[in-house]
Every structure is written in C-alpha cells, then in structure tokens.
Ligand binder design. Structure first.
Ligand code: FES
Length: 147
C-alpha cells in the first residue's frame, strides 16, 4: 500500500483524475491490480464499479503483471508489409507465449502494438526500451538468445 500511497500523492483526489491515476498506477506497477483499483476508487471517492468499468473499457490497461522483459512487435503498416506477422509468430514459437501473454516464469510478455515510429527500420520490435529493426526470423532468434 505504501507504493500506492506514493503514486496517489501526486493527485488531488478529484474524480476527473481517474484515467491519469490509472495510467500512473500502471506505469509504476506494470498493471492494475484489484487492490490498486479499489484504492483508486477510495482515493477519488467514486464507485468501485466505475473504476473497473473505465479500466476495462480502454485497451491500454492491463490486469495481469507483465514479465521482466516486455517484447513488443510493431504491427503498423510498414512493419506489417515487411513481415511483422512472421516475426511475432517466431517470438511466440521461441518463447511459448501468444500475443498478450506472459510466460509462466514471468520473464517475458509479448504484445503487438501500433507504429512505434521507426518505420525506416521495419519490421521492428522493442525489448524493454531497446528498438531492434530490419528483422528476419534468424535475427529475432539471435536477439532472443541474448536476453
Ligand atoms: S510501422 Fe512499424 S515502426 Fe512504423
């Protein structure tokens, strides 16, 4: 709860802060736990059902923890045209996880995302904060061996 109190301390507790509060909780904790959403409802003095409803409406919010390594595959137009689907399938095959899943060892989370702004490097992925571009299945396999 100390973490949550610290996170909430930068807000005033107004109901209009719900989305920024949820975004900050997710940025800090990696996902929205039930405990965190209940605490947000209490802090903002709004019904718990509203917090759960808003959080589940927006696809940006996660309700399960992410792995220590977050792998995102760009699915924007340039990457799609250059084979992003095959890149994602290769990552799925190697790590044994599908889009949106986290490995049981909590090491890897795989997600498809919209354009990440590196179209000249298509197809590209990010692993945590690092961008890897001009990929093919062999390059992806080599990169994944290093993490
Ligand atoms: S489409 Fe993939 S980086 Fe823009």
């Amino acid at each position: 709860m100390q973490d949550l109190d610290n996170i909430l301390s930068s807000f005033e507790g107004k109901s209009g802060e719900l989305i920024p509060v949820l975004q900050k909780i997710q940025n800090e904790l990696g996902y929205l736990s039930e405990e965190a959403m209940l605490r947000a409802a209490e802090f903002l003095n709004i019904p718990e059902s509203k917090v759960f409803g808003v959080a589940s409406f927006y696809s940006q919010f996660r309700f399960t923890p992410t792995g220590r390594n977050k792998i995102t595959v760009c699915e924007g137009t340039a990457c799609h045209v250059k084979g992003a689907k095959g890149i994602k399938e290769e990552i799925s095959r190697i790590k044994g996880i599908e889009d949106g899943e986290t490995s049981s060892c909590m090491e890897y989370t795989l997600e498809g995302v919209a354009c990440i702004g590196c179209c000249a490097l298509a197809p590209c992925i990010t692993i945590n904060d690092d961008v890897h571009g001009r990929l093919d299945k062999k390059k992806v396999s080599d990169i994944l061996k290093e993490i």
